[in-house]
Design a protein around this ligand. Sequence first.
Ligand SMILES: [Zn+2]
Length: 162
Amino acid sequence: MPLENHEKACFLLHRSLVEGISLEDRHWLDAHVGQCAECGWYADLSARAVRALDWFALELDPAAALRVENVVRSRAEGMRSAEAHAKSLWIGTAVAIFLTFTGSAVTWRSLVWLASQWNLPSRVWQIVFAAFWLLPSLLLAFLPLFRSRLLGEDSESNGQTV
Ligand SMILES: [Zn+2]
């Protein structure tokens, strides 16, 4: 078989896989591939390669892509707002602790004066001060940080599933 026939078969085979060929060329190619073992093997190999490439070329469902994008976007937004929320909680706690100690210092002085006026033993008014002023103030100052844990909220996932 002349070499030009194999080259023509190869050329037509490539064109048929990419853009298609005329009916006349299709008949000629099928006849040649049927007679020529080398071109038949090459045609089979090419067809299998194209099928394999088709298998890899996933067509993305636009609705699914949009859903994935929205989930990623809302998750990022949630993480950003959780970060800002945690930061504001820490700042609030720091301010509350500062106010607790400032208020405690003022209250301490007042109690020292009051205890000297009423001749109270220092142990008594110090315990009263710790139990009814310092302890509740500190508990209230730290409460926002442990609020979610006390309420049983899962701050990591916010109950969402992806
Ligand atoms: Zn051939």
